[in-house]
Design a protein around this ligand. Sequence first.
Ligand code: ATP
Ligand code: AMP
Ligand code: MG
Length: 209
Amino acid sequence: MSDMVQGLKVVVVVGVAGVGKSTVLSHARSALESEGYAVETLNYGDFMLRYVIDRGIAASRDEIRRLPLSEQRGIQAAVARELRDYIEGLPAKHPGKDVVVFVDTHATIKTATGFWPGLPEHVVKELRPDTIVVVEADPTSVVGRQSRDQSRYRRDYADVEVVKETMSLVRMFSVASATLVGASVNIVKNEEGEAENAGRAVAEIVKGI
Ligand code: ATP
Ligand code: AMP
Ligand code: MG
């Protein structure tokens, strides 16, 4: 890390619901912190959840994608601006350190009216990622992870064929979003029982950008 110029790397992380993004990122964070980076993980869904709870629109994160699309669009746009402001303040919050910001989010969201972009132009241009990391896993394993995770309601994705189709669309939406801002795309496999390895792979990608 340079002593002269403080770096800021923005990494957007996407993948089908239940593939293990949040789990992998907790490992990536530990790996990078042990090497002296300041790491902040911003979960887009957390920001959206706070927005809907404050306004009494919904009570849980898995309800958000069932709201009318016009409503989801407004929340998505408000959160993109909030995240940009937050990201801009991070170098001052961690003086002298290289800062890595992970944005834990979705390239596409399965809504009642179809697959909808999580990173349309107005969002990805606020986030300005250096790279988009696509987390993937065996579709049958993903369905198993979803059913074991009692803390979440992901039944709209809980079918091997839907997971397969969504994973394919996640790649397509990610490429489209990356192209708008000149970001690279990296695919990371989160094999069963190997989330820590996937986290290390993400950390290596980050160190290379
Ligand atoms: P969402 O998009 O819905 O937030 P996510 O991609 O963030 O989902 P996680 O919440 O990280 O997914 O993981 C879903 C479940 O799968 C959790 O119970 C987690 O412990 C488990 N899990 C994650 N990675 C692995 C792995 N490599 N092997 C086995 N289980 C895993
Ligand atoms: P998560 O916990 O990552 O599944 O996020 C919770 C919910 O937030 C998702 O199911 C979506 O409804 C919403 N969400 C997260 N990221 C985005 C995004 N970039 N655009 C629109 N909605 C999003
Ligand atoms: Mg998550």
